[in-house]
Design a protein around this ligand. Structure first.
Ligand code: UFG
Length: 339
């Protein structure tokens, strides 16, 4: 079985490639390396013992994309990760986000239609729910107006896939991720944020290792037990395994609808301070942090109802917060040793 993984040298993509290879899939990675490095392919090979095929080009380039699909029209499935993902950057340059995230998706769907490739697994986000009124948030929760162009590209992409599916051969599973963190147990692959990290966990580990001076905790006046915001953090390897299950479900025609949606989280919410405490416990490091004002656009609390994913996919996130934080810390230390 041959699977195309777009964005396969990226954070979630690389972990998914490893899990696919473990299950016996042949993987082709397409990535333009705009936010990742070619040597990730070597690391994947070191972990799995199998070198995935890698092609470097931009999926918004219609000619190159068509040429790729002409050579690989026998794909059994596509997992589409390739996208820009920085919320703040998308506010400053919305057209770059629409051109990249929407353009690449349209080019892929067009080729799926032409070459009769049926199965698409798409990276979506819990951002489509905004601040849900009912917690935990199930797949039936209403989609709220996007708070950023990035979030809007996820909403629009879900609609484009659904519209396309209703009139073509294309079937899809839309996976709405909560907050992916952690790294592979080998510490050979993990998250490689460019510049100053926006996300909490890379900021924590970079502060502890001495790259950043101090972590700012954004807000302690939320309506939560300790006043800091709550998220559903999920280990990237658990998340990666859900993609394998999703692609197998499609290939084996086990889907109940042409477009299915699953929340991928653990179902547990943790506050920013709980994440910091877990980090300090597993690393033995004291973290330098201070409480500052809320960050604009942040929501108070979100965590997943995972019942549907657990029951239908037969998948469940296994790793604890401590395991997530320890693997993130080991990855940061491995990066420091190399530099
Ligand atoms: N936080 C801090 N300090 C930091 C960074 C984050 O206190 O330096 C806090 C945030 O305020 C938030 C929590 O840590 O309460 C998690 O923040 P992240 O930036 O790690 O994650 P978000 O939940 O804000 O972002 C995630 C995804 C985005 C997605 C967004 C939608 O990373 O892709 O959810 O809410 F758009």
């Amino acid at each position: 079985m041959k699977i195309l993984v777009t964005g396969g040298t990226g954070y979630i993509g690389s972990h998914t490639v490893v899990e696919l290879q473990k299950e016996g899939f042949d993987v082709i990675i397409v990535d333009n390396l705009s936010n990742s490095y070619a040597n990730v392919v070597d690391k994947i090979e070191q972990i799995s013992g199998i070198r995935p095929i890698f092609e470097k080009f931009d999926l918004t380039d219609i000619e190159k994309t068509n040429d790729f699909f002409n050579r690989h029209s026998d794909l059994d499935g596509i997992i589409h990760f390739a996208a820009f993902k920085a919320v703040g950057e998308s506010v400053n340059d919305p057209l770059m986000y629409y051109r990249n995230n929407i353009g690449s998706l349209v080019n892929i769907l067009e080729n799926m239609r032409i070459h009769k490739i049926a199965n698409l697994v798409f990276s979506s986000s819990c951002t489509v729910y905004g601040q849900p009124e009912v917690l935990p948030v199930s797949e039936e929760s209403p989609i709220l107006m996007a708070m950023s162009p990035y979030g809007n590209t996820k909403q629009i992409s879900e609609e484009i896939i659904t519209d396309t599916s209703s009139v073509t051969n294309v079937k899809a599973i839309l996976l709405r991720y909560f907050n992916p963190i952690g790294a592979h147990e080998t510490a050979l692959i993990g998250e490689l944020p460019l510049g100053v990290p926006n996300n909490l966990v890379p900021f924590i580990t970079q502060t502890a290792i001495g790259i950043r001076e101090q972590l700012s905790v954004f807000g302690s006046d939320y309506n939560t037990p300790d006043g800091t915001a709550i998220r559903d953090y999920i280990h990237v390897v658990d998340l990666a395994q859900a993609h394998v299950v999703a692609v197998e479900r499609m290939i084996n025609n086990k889907g109940k609808k042409d477009v299915e949606i699953f929340n991928l989280g653990t179902g547990n919410g943790f506050s920013v301070l709980e994440v910091i405490n877990s980090f300090e416990k597993v690393s033995g490091e004291k973290l330098n942090y201070k409480i500052v004002d809320r960050r604009a656009g942040d929501i108070e609390i979100v965590y997943a109802d995972t019942t549907f994913a657990n029951d239908e996919l037969g998948w469940k996130a296994k790793k604890s917060l401590d395991e997530m934080m320890l693997s993130s810390w080991n990855w940061e230390k491995a990066l420091a040793e190399k530099s």
